[in-house]
Design a protein around this ligand. Structure first.
Ligand code: PMT
Length: 224
């Protein structure tokens, strides 16, 4: 039984993976299942928080008590996160967001012809984590990012933390079947203060609770 140390806090969690459409039947996507983000939402609810869960293409049951906002693309995810962040005490970006989207959307299915296909031209998506870290819709708002890396995990994580400007960055290693879709995870939680806390492999709920321990410490004791 977890202490309700997040009671009175509004926490926004993003989960899942964005899909960037090419035509009505095809998209550019990634392997996120939403399990890590949903574990964050469930554990925050268990610790007393009010939770807005922004879900990009997730096929999991809604956590009881969460306000779930379904989205498809990175641009839709940005709009939902910015809106919910306006009165949030903490925002956690566990969603896997496409860095690029196709420049053009074909209104009808792209047909196969005898000619070689055209290359797909891409344009950058907004960097949501960098934006909310910079803007801080509320004074004292805590922003947490994730970093999915395949190599040189800690070095890339440190650089990403500095680039994005968030308070905490949870660095996890991913591969085709590693972390994505799995029930377990292991990670290192990096702090903007230089802190580095490894979390050993265990259920995704354990990593989520380790993140909330750090967030609760950053909040400090409840007012009053
Ligand atoms: O969903 P699961 O199957 O359980 O898998 C969990 C997970 C591997 C998806 C999760 O633990 C994880 O690592 N999520 C972040 C994935 C990701 O997009 O990492 P990144 O290193 O590409 O991005 C860094 C951070 O910036 C992330 O917090 C991301 O949400 C954010 N971002 C990225 C691009 C962008 N345009 N805007 C963003 O806000």
């Amino acid at each position: 039984n977890q202490a309700p140390d997040l009671a009175g806090r509004h926490i926004v969690v993003s989960a899942g993976g964005t899909r960037e459409p090419l035509d009505p039947v095809r998209f550019l996507g990634n392997r996120s299942s939403g399990k890590q983000g949903y574990a964050l939402a469930r554990t925050a609810l268990a610790r007393g928080a009010r939770v807005t869960l922004i879900a990009a293409n997730v096929g999991l049951p809604d956590p009881a008590g969460a306000d779930v906002v379904p989205v498809g693309t990175a641009v839709e995810l940005r709009e939902a996160v910015v809106k919910a962040a306006a009165d949030a005490d903490c925002v956690v970006m566990a969603a896997a967001v496409a860095d690029f989207r196709p420049v053009a959307y074909a209104g009808g299915k792209i047909k196969k012809t005898d000619a070689e296909p055209d290359p797909v031209a891409l344009v950058k998506n907004p960097d949501i984590l960098a934006e909310i870290s910079r803007e801080r819709a509320r004074p004292g708002q805590i922003v947490v990012g994730f970093a999915a890396e395949t190599d040189d995990v800690l070095a890339h994580g440190r650089a990403k933390l500095a680039r994005k400007g968030c308070d905490l960055l949870v660095v996890n290693e991913v591969g085709e079947t590693r972390t994505f879709g799995a029930d377990g995870n292991e990670a290192v939680i990096l702090g903007a203060d230089g802190g580095e806390a490894p979390v050993p492999f265990g259920p995704k709920e354990d990593l989520a609770d380790a993140v909330w321990d750090r967030v609760a410490a950053l909040f400090g004791p409840p007012a009053g």
